[in-house]
Write a protein that binds this ligand. Structure first.
Ligand code: 13P
Ligand code: SF4
Length: 320
């Protein structure tokens, strides 16, 4: 509509004027993803967002995602100004892993290598030996496991169980979960599969183990989109935030994408799996952040950032 179109035009001018680039996650609204692509920014999974922000020459990054993504961008490029449309946009995994308790857990197990998911605060990353995203978690734990090191993992228990199953590692685990992915129901997914027996099931590994078990492909948001392009199926059942459908449908206009059930029966519901914090990102808030960065700028304590940079760089170097 008119108002949206006006914001889009204004944001395009502001990005140029402020030497800024828009870095968006696949869970943000379609218009934000489209704008990021159209203006030379990126729409990506969390590992690619980190890489893109680090490599881009813009003075300002505007990160449309959740807080840990903005913090990661700031830690990797402290010389840049990192803006977020909504500083309150956090993540249940981050909220469920307070630094004091997590640090105590690490202190109780001093012989363990601490591996944390990227969906954590800067302070938790600073306490870790390794940071991983869902796209690289298996490879990194596999490498650590082959070195025979005991591993302490946090905070997502479902991703943790998936990693254990795939790598054979036995990890000490923090018991966090994503409130969005935790809602997918295996029995209802089985019912939906009966209606669409030829559909391939694509699952983000933050989902419960019995849902992951039914998957034809498991991976990060980018990896799931890639699978939707590479697999020959005409129908897909997708267990992750609804934001991903925009890119999946754009990349595969001839294929049909159904949302994995979050309710009791095999009903597919497009709006059910929706991250409330990702949904805080909007065109108006992007516009406002670019006009006035007050209250929209991510800052990370310098010594904390220096410490968190070590495990983040380990991940980026490993993934390179
Ligand atoms: P990706 O790294 O797969 O983009 O995941 C981030 C996330 O928050 C999933 O819920
Ligand atoms: Fe965090 Fe879940 Fe939202 Fe991803 S979908 S940002 S893991 S709450």
């Amino acid at each position: 509509n008119d108002e949206k179109a006006q914001y889009i035009e204004k944001i395009k001018l502001l990005l140029i004027e402020k030497n800024a680039v828009l870095v968006a996650h696949y869970y943000t609204d379609p218009e934000i993803q489209a704008l990021a692509e159209e203006t030379g920014g990126c729409v990506a999974d969390s590992l690619e967002m980190a890489r893109f922000g680090k490599q881009h020459s813009a003075e300002t990054l505007i990160v449309a995602g959740v807080k840990f993504m903005g913090e990661t961008a700031k830690i990797l490029t402290p010389e840049k100004s990192v803006l977020m449309p909504e500083l309150e946009a956090t993540c249940s995994l981050d909220l469920g892993c307070p630094i004091d308790e997590f640090s105590a857990f690490c202190d109780e197990n001093p012989d363990h290598t601490v591996v944390v998911y990227a969906n954590t605060s800067a302070a938790v990353k600073a306490r870790a030996d390794w940071v991983v995203t869902s796209s690289i978690a298996l490879e990194i734990v596999d490498m650590l496991e082959s070195e025979g090191k005991p591993i302490l993992w946090g905070p997502d228990r479902h991703l943790g169980s998936y990693i254990e199953k795939e790598t054979g590692a036995k990890m000490l685990m923090w018991q966090g979960a994503c409130i969005v992915h935790d809602e997918f129901k295996a029995s209802a997914l089985r019912d939906l599969k009966l209606q669409y027996p030829d559909a391939a099931v694509l699952v983000h590994p933050e989902s419960p183990a019995n849902v992951v078990e039914m998957a034809d492909a498991v991976g990060s948001t980018s990896q799931l989109i890639k699978a939707s392009q590479e697999m020959p199926n005409t129908h897909f059942i997708v267990a992750t935030d609804k934001g991903i459908f925009y890119k999946m449908e754009q990349a595969n206009p001839e294929k049909t994408f159904l949302a994995a059930p979050t309710g009791g029966n095999g009903a597919t519901c497009r709006s059910c799996a929706s991250c409330p914090w990702m949904a805080m990102n909007g065109l108006k808030s992007i516009h406002d952040a670019l006009v006035s960065p007050i209250g929209k700028e991510i800052n990370v304590d310098e010594s904390l950032a220096a410490q968190a940079l070590i495990p983040l760089n380990r991940m980026l170097n490993f993934a390179a």
